[in-house]
Design a protein around this ligand. Structure first.
Ligand code: NAD
Ligand code: UDP
Ligand code: UDP
Length: 321
């Protein structure tokens, strides 16, 4: 490890993406130096443009499926397309990103003897038969379906993290992130919150897949980043996996109605086929996070978080007009 003082040199992979850019802001605010490594597959320079003049920030165009030799004190591995539309665009590259990416970054962490964080996902639970999902649940994942490149890639990355921990004593932190939304999601990302808001603001039909009775639990990005920071600061004996998300569960139809109400939109609901293997329900059990992360729990109510996200997309679409 380079130093033990409070200011560190930190690597964030996937830092030009939605979550990564918020994490980097928080780390810079805390006085750290940040290196962002991203191949800009789904992320954009726009998300980090305001950070480029900061002398404590550095952008590295890099694909994590290739080795990376740099000197840092801490690693956050967020690189991976997260939306079903993006990760199924090039499924082989998605699995490579999760698996080869994890191996390279774990190899880097091993050489540097530094702490490493993995952005895992609620998708490791698949279409869950246990509800809400606790960390002990092993999941219900189709290994050969259209979502498998993401789900199994992330599951294998967890395996690698725990094997490097057991075999090489690596200091790991694994977060299982549940659906998170907020400013800087990509407008064409394909995920439900960005889709609904963009459709509502443009007065287009709101596309509900299936009957909209499937559920998700949506967490505002600031709450999630608080959870990240607290998890990374825990004692070495706490590795996770640790669920991070907002337990407030709702149906997709309820989400659509809320977005229409908050945007005052005249958009109508239209129903499209439900994608294959789309999970019917999802809600995090955050008992572990609450007890190990100093009482952490999400603070931002859905309506407040949606208002902030709507304001972001409104400005973004305004610029494009
Ligand atoms: P995002 O698509 O906005 O960000 C992912 C970033 O990774 C992008 O900047 C992209 O360019 C980069 N990337 C992709 N492949 C890469 C590669 N091979 N090498 C280098 N960079 C690469 O998505 P996000 O929502 O910010 O997700 C960040 C992480 O959190 C992902 O690992 C995702 O799986 C995980 N996650 C997110 C959510 C969520 O709800 N947002 C939920 C569960 C897990
Ligand atoms: N690696 C890297 N940066 C480093 C050290 C390792 O990118 O500073 C990569 C390298 O590609 C290597 C992988 O991490 O193959 C795994 O490293 P490890 O030491 O675990 O295994 P090995 O080098 O024996 O394959
Ligand atoms: N969804 C929808 N309309 C859209 C986009 C998504 O009804 O325009 C549904 C999707 O089928 C899923 C839920 O919303 O049931 C959440 O989808 P998302 O892609 O945001 O995340 P994930 O399925 O990975 O939880």
């Amino acid at each position: 490890m380079r130093s033990h003082d409070s200011s560190k040199r930190v690597l964030v992979t996937g830092g030009a993406g939605f979550l990564g850019s918020h994490l980097i802001e928080r780390l810079l605010d805390q006085g750290h130096e940040v290196v962002c490594a991203d191949n800009l597959f789904t992320g954009t320079k726009r998300n980090i443009a305001h950070l480029l003049p900061n002398p404590h920030f550095e952008f590295l165009r890099h694909d994590v499926t290739f080795p990376l030799y740099i000197e840092v004190d801490e690693i956050w591995n967020l690189a991976c397309p997260a939306s079903p539309v993006h990760y199924s665009h090039d499924p082989v590259q998605t699995t490579k990103t999760s698996v080869h990416g994890a191996i390279n970054l774990l190899g880097l962490a091993k050489r540097l003897d530094c702490r490493i964080f993995q952005a895992s996902t609620s998708e490791v639970y698949g279409d869950p038969s246990v509800h809400p999902q606790r960390e002990e649940y092993w999941g219900n994942v189709n290994p050969i379906g259209p979502r498998s490149c993401y789900d199994e890639g992330k599951r294998c990355a967890e395996t690698l993290f725990f094997d490097y921990h057991r075999q090489h004593g690596l200091d790991i932190k694994v977060a299982r992130i549940f659906n998170t939304y907020g400013p800087r999601m990509h407008p064409n990302d394909g995920r439900v919150v960005s889709n609904f808001i963009v459709q509502a603001l443009r007065g287009e039909n709101i596309t509900i897949y299936g009957e909209g009775q499937q559920t998700r639990s949506f967490c505002y990005v600031d709450d999630l980043i608080d959870g990240f920071i607290r998890l990374m600061a825990t004692e070495k004996d706490f590795t996770g996996p640790c669920n991070l998300g907002n337990p407030a569960e709702m149906t997709i139809r309820e989400l659509a109605e809320t977005v229409i109400a908050l945007t005052n939109s005249g958009s109508k609901l239209v129903f499209k086929p439900l994608p294959q293997d789309d999970p019917m329900q999802r809600q995090p059990d955050i008992t572990l996070a609450k007890s190990r992360l100093g009482g952490w729990e999400p603070q931002v109510k859905l309506e407040d978080g949606l208002r902030r996200t709507i304001a972001y997309f409104d400005a973004l679409l305004g610029e494009a007009r």
